[in-house]
Design a protein around this ligand. Sequence first.
Ligand code: BYC
Length: 319
Amino acid sequence: METIIDKSLEELFEEKIANEIRIEPKDWMPDQYRKTLVRQISQHAHSEIVGMLPEGNWITRAPSLKRKAILLSKVQDEAGHGLYLYSAAETLGTSRDQMINDLHSGKAKYSSIFNYPTLSWADIGAIGWLVDGAAIMNQVPLIRTSYGPYARAMVRVCKEESFHQRQGFEIMMTLCNGAPAQKKMAQEAFNRWWWPTLMMFGPKDEESPNTEQSMRWKIKRFTNDELRQRFVDMMVPQAEFLGLTVPDKDLKWNEVKNGYDYGDVDWEEFWNVVKGNGPCNKDRINTRVKAHEEGAWVREAAMAHAEKRARREAEKQVA
Ligand code: BYC
């Protein structure tokens, strides 16, 4: 009997996926669909929160008041993105505490890109231009992802990421049109961030264990390699406009595929960073854990306030 009910529920689920009808929190869904979403959305949320750290390092060192104000609000936007995403993941029945614990214990992943250091002001331009550019390329299709709360969270995230990318490009343009030392700084940052940005899209399709099923469930709309190719094709003309050289000797326009051929990504470096051995992995997690511990009193105070308010409301209703 149970199997019959389960089967019809599964059929209903598959029908919705086929007909582009969003899956909502109270709908039946296969356990594996739920698990994949919790994994992807929570990792995405962690990336937004950990992503605040490399840029946050430059708030006190921004070259002008205007740059400082812009950077401050960008970093705050990333915190907001993390919060929408944790909320979306919570609708799948996982608590925020559990997700945060998984991040702090090293069980959950976050984007490899945030394990690289920000060595100069040009890195802030390069992150905005390249990293947020990659984020947009990856996340605009997620507006059409099959799980409703994730798709809706992505609408606002993408709008803000577009602004972030513009500000990054504008920093790069200012540096590239500045003194030779500034142009050199921009090229140097570009050299360091280009390849790690290509790694953001995940492993090659044939080495990506999750892509096939996620595409079938319309969680992902494009494969890792498809998005990486689109990103390269979008960025090369922008680099040319800035007068920067893409640090890839194998980069070549391919008439037949109507896109660029590009060199081999260093996958050994990628997996090394994903496994926790990148230049800043330990530092990033230690900083997060410390911030979480030092913020405990804020969470306790907010809970006490909420409980007191709820008690007062309940008393009012009884009276
Ligand atoms: N870094 O089968 P695959 C941002 C893992 S935030 C680390 O292809 P999937 C921004 C992957 O999780 C950027 N790990 O997986 C924020 C899997 O391991 P598990 C984050 C990576 O999920 C602030 C294994 O490798 N964006 O943009 O089908 C400021 C095999 O991979 C990475 C998102 O999270 C990586 N780069 O595809 C500025 C977007 N790549 O989980 C910007 C949403 C792969 O099986 N996420 N892994 O243990 C996605 O679109 C997909 O999850 C991915 C990976 C394309 C990232």
